[in-house]
Design a binder for this molecule. Structure first.
Ligand code: NI
Length: 175
């Protein structure tokens, strides 16, 4: 495994629609493993292939479900869930939308408030090319929407109602 270099705005690849993955070969497996390592190292909660200069419909996401829920600070940390999504498609989206603060590894030094569907359903392929479906809500749904946007050349700043430079008090996870 190896770390990949994350590209930043205004790198044009971030603005292009990524191509569907068609080959589930060894190179793809290496890319996926590298992306997971790069996401963890950053650290981030998600990473899309265009962010490492690969114009393919692939993203990795790692987040502990329920992390956004208020809870007892003494409770043990929830286990993180790792997702690899290939050629993803949002098949259902709740009418209900929620605001949240997002950042992006490709747009350092800027965060913004973005409205997202509270819940979504996604169909995709896993790393072996087998179909998978996910029902997501809350912060997990937000991360998926952010990553799927990346595969269409869309960045959170396009959707943000306002953006600002984070202060030290802002603890926003990046993807
Ligand atoms: Ni991002």
């Amino acid at each position: 495994m190896a770390l990949r270099e994350i590209v930043f705005l205004p790198e044009p690849i971030l603005r292009r629609k990524a191509k569907p993955v068609t080959k589930f070969d060894k190179d793809l497996q290496t890319l996926i493993d590298d992306m997971i390592e790069t996401m963890r190292e950053a650290p981030g909660v998600g990473l899309a292939a265009p962010q490492v200069n690969i114009p393919q419909q692939l993203a990795v996401i790692e987040y502990a479900e329920g992390d956004d829920e208020e809870e007892n600070e003494d409770a043990p940390p929830k286990p993180k869930k790792l997702f690899v999504i290939i050629n993803p498609e949002i098949t259902r989206a709740s009418e209900e939308k929620v605001m949240g603060v997002e950042g992006c590894l490709s747009i350092p030094g800027l965060i913004g408030e973005v409205e997202r569907h509270e819940a979504i359903q996604v169909k995709a392929l896993n790393r072996h090319g087998n179909p998978v479906k996910f029902k997501l809500d809350g912060w997990m749904a937000r991360i998926f929407q952010h990553e799927i946007d990346h595969l269409n050349g869309v960045l959170f700043t396009d959707r943000a109602t306002q953006v600002w430079k984070p202060s030290e008090d802002d603890q926003t996870e990046l993807d």
